[in-house]
Write a protein that binds this ligand. Sequence first.
Ligand code: ATP
Length: 455
Amino acid sequence: MLEEFGKYSKQIIETILEKSDYWFVVVDDTGRITYLGENYSEFLGVDREKAIGKPVQEIIENSRMHIVVQTGKEEIADLQYIRGNHMIASRTPVWADGKVVGAVGTVLYRDPQELMKMNSQVKDFLLQMDYYRKQLEDKNGATYSLHDVVGSSTALNQVKEKIKKVASGDVSVLLRGESGTGKELFAHSIHQLSERHTKPFVKVNCAAIPDHLLESELFGYEEGAFTGAQKGGKPGKFQLANGGTLFLDEIGDMPKDAQVKILRCLQEGEVERIGSVTPEKVDVRIVTATNQPLEKLIEENRFREDLFYRINVIQIEIPPLRTRPEDIRITAKYLLHHITNRTGKRVVDLDSEVMEFFTTYSWPGNVRELENVIESAVHLTNEEIITLEDLPDYLQPAPSPSYVQGESLKDILEQAEKQAILQALQETNGDKLEAAAKLKIGKSSFYDKVKKYQL
Ligand SMILES: Nc1ncnc2c1ncn2[C@@H]1O[C@H](COP(=O)(O)OP(=O)(O)OP(=O)(O)O)[C@@H](O)[C@H]1O
């Protein structure tokens, strides 16, 4: 067939390659580039001639051509992230004499304007998916179940077993644990495993709603109950959760006035909308969560003891990530997969040094912090594998204090002191009192040092 192109076959093939709506790259059986389209090299910002003979992964970001020549498996319409754009890439092995002799790669769209358009459409599509996923979440309430809880350490398995045992009853459950340990995930799971799973799961973040709005959010209001009240009134979260589960997150931050009303509602199974004199029957199962020491709040008269006993029928403590290092690898891999699926960027693994570091780090922000660290690394990396350099600055190993010609011992000690204070502040999310306690120094001495080092 190619012979029919006659003596100008080279030029004809060249024209087909350059004028098609695809960009082309060809590699040999070792993954080195043997041909790179002109438009493609322009887009990549590389000298076409110099690219020839180079390993393809050095020239094209996230390329898998060198893998395709090894597997011999065609990859069609893969979403590949190159130079800030999502591209549709296909990779086809070339077979001759019963073996793979190379591969042809194509990337859709050669016109940068068209490419931009397509890229924004892909981004828009991903955003839309996110939007619909959120809507679904809002509608059905609970979207997570125990299957989404990653980890198989003894401590986490014990929690899962306890959740399974208590989920089916209507008993109130108090979930305790540091921030980011997955309390909300477990609250969803309790609902999903209960007989109420076809009914609503409604979450209230008690810390996020201003005190003066909390009552109307929880119990609703009648038309005309106050200035600005919506026409026809509005149901509260208790009414919306009727028949299902009401998840009161950060219950320790609930103002005392609202605590009394919640208690009454739990005791009597009725709520009263603001501006109404007739109570409404509601049937809700209560699951609460907090990272605060409720017993201490009771002593300080900031949390009602009677409400505490009502919500604390079953208490489940969620272990922090640092106490179950055996779960870190699998959780990190799971989160990486989850994040790359969402963002469309091809990053396939975390390098062994990163994993090693992850298992020794203390994770003050728990799984949420691990999730944020991986998300940031996925965005920053130019490779398919996340390395230590891709991690956020605050996790980069601090240079150990060492002597530099001309420096005094005082300078060296000050540098080390500044570094330790910085790290303590990062681990406590900027909480100076907590950071001072961590470093076992007094509050005022800590403040003096923060001022001295301008931190
Ligand atoms: N075991 C786990 N497996 C997978 N993902 C987890 C796990 N634990 C937590 N996560 C994820 O970590 C993030 C934080 O979890 P979640 O919001 O449930 O924590 P929380 O304890 O309720 O935090 P806070 O007290 O700050 O509200 C979420 O994105 C959640 O999906």
